[in-house]
Design a protein around this ligand. Structure first.
Ligand SMILES: *Cc1c(COP(=O)(O)O)cnc(C)c1O
Length: 445
């Protein structure tokens, strides 16, 4: 009989003995409960006092002059685009392989998205593909530190400077991560991120924005914080005429139950993510040299790191496994006791909303409703985003070597016995992935 569980062998992971704490996130203690209850009992859900305390603490931690809280990361990123003065016909360059909220909001500003390809090992925007995407109306680059991996900021900032383009960092996957010794979110002109429950910094439903630029702060505030659109917060003269109204026509205030939780989570974030890093690096050390599998990991020797390793994945090299499909590989890993799924975020340019959806100007697709060029033409050269093969790996929250070894074994066993899987492989194609991850549900087996 085969060793592989998919053919009746004993699974590598004994799920009955895995402690729930190995994966449970966020870690919620009495301190979180008390902080949230304090707001609830006081009836201060719609207030600002707790949010403002968190904004100060966050700005200090993020090493930025200003920080603003939002109801979610999507709104924080939209406010960041507005802060960059994106308007009708403007373009933002964004990697295609990311979650939609890195860029889809551009449509709300009557702006559009130009997709750049990703780098095959960092999975972040490829600096060598940015200049291809620049046009006369390019306003900004959205840099996503994808799945916790820092993007290559040095060349990106150089290109931005050369072409006089702004840089927004989407830090939703990498809060507190480092690039060459400096914290992510401090390289671009402005940074915004989600801190919803599924992310590594997890406060419920909430987003944060940070910048050193006062005018950007003022615009990001005026965009959706009507009650803070006044001289107490805003000094930019041309905005003052429009005080008390949200300039985006939307409301971005965060429920303070989340701000209260965020304050407690931030306090323990660095020590908790240090343990995550130790666990994740141990997992990959056990898979060194296994054919077909490569870590999606940053070299830490120059002071870079992946902070909380949000939604970790591995790189897949089918050529080392006689072309075994990543789908078939994941099927076998699932039987070994870990709910591996193939792909990650599906390349966004492949979704119809970026092709022919016409909800902005019913005469023309939204993607080109206000532009002078058909930016969809540029989608033809996104080969890495379309074809890169990855699979989800366990996101350990604690360093528990004996259990981590079981999971590493599941992957190793399947890779080493790949020949047995070739026969039943339907080769479901190279593009796989999902439009979004499920964060509140155990991955299905
Ligand atoms: C989660 C996420 C967002 C959006 O944040 P929400 O808080 O869910 O609105 C934006 N960008 C990326 C890359 C994300 O993963």
């Amino acid at each position: 009989m085969s060793e592989l569980a998919i053919f009746g062998g004993k699974p590598a992971v004994d799920e009955k003995i895995i402690p729930e704490s190995l994966f449970k996130w966020p870690i919620v203690t009495k301190e979180d409960e008390e902080a949230v209850l304090e707001v609830l009992r006081r009836g201060a859900m719609s207030g600002l006092d707790v949010t403002e305390k968190f904004e100060k603490e966050f700005a200090q931690w993020q090493k930025r002059k200003y920080a603003i809280g939002y109801c979610n990361g999507t709104m924080a990123l939209q406010a960041a685009m507005y802060a960059c003065k994106m308007g009708a016909g403007d373009e933002i360059i964004c990697p295609s392989k990311t979650y939609w909220a890195s860029c889809l909001q551009a449509f709300n500003l009557n702006s559009t998205v130009v997709f750049a390809d990703i780098h095959p090992t960092s999975l972040c925007i490829d600096p060598n593909d940015i200049e291809r995407c620049i046009g006369p109306r390019t306003k900004a680059i959205m840099v996503v530190h994808y799945l916790g991996h820092p993007a290559d900021m040095d060349p990106i900032m150089e290109i931005a400077k050369k072409h006089n383009i702004l840089v927004i960092e989407d830090v939703s996957h990498a809060q507190g991560g480092m690039y060459k010794g400096r914290m992510l979110g401090t390289f671009g002109h402005i940074a915004a991120m989600s801190i919803m429950s599924g992310k590594s910094l997890a406060a419920g439903e909430m987003g944060m924005l940070a910048t050193d630029d006062k005018e950007m702060y003022d615009r990001a505030m005026a965009y959706c914080h009507y009650e803070r659109n006044n001289s107490k917060y805003i000094t930019t003269e041309y905005l003052q005429k429009y005080a008390s109204m949200p300039l985006g026509g939307v409301k971005g205030r965060v429920n303070q139950l989340s701000s209260a939780m965020a304050r407690v989570q931030l306090k323990y974030y660095e020590e908790r993510t240090a343990e995550i890093r130790k666990a994740m690096k141990y997992f990959w050390s056990l898979l060194e040299g296994v054919p077909g599998l490569r870590a999606h990991m940053v070299d830490e020797s120059d002071g870079s790191n992946m902070a909380g390793w949000y939604a970790p994945h591995g790189l897949y090299c089918p050529e080392e496994l006689e072309g075994l499909s990543v789908e078939r590989f994941c099927d076998a890993v699932r039987k070994e006791g870990f709910g591996a799924s193939p792909g990650a975020n599906k390349a966004l340019h492949m979704h119809n909303i970026f092709k022919d959806y016409n909800g902005l100007n019913f005469e023309k697709p939204a993607r080109i409703a206000f532009t002078d060029r058909d930016v969809r033409e540029l989608d033809k050269e996104l080969m890495v985003s379309e074809q890169v093969q990855v699979y989800s790996i366990p996101w350990f929250k604690h360093y528990m070597p004996e259990y981590i070894e079981m999971y590493a074994n599941a992957f190793k066993k399947v890779a080493l016995n790949y020949k047995e899987l070739l026969a039943g492989d339907e080769k479901r194609g190279t593009e796989s992935g999902r439009w979004f991850f499920y964060s509140d549900k155990k991955e299905e087996k």
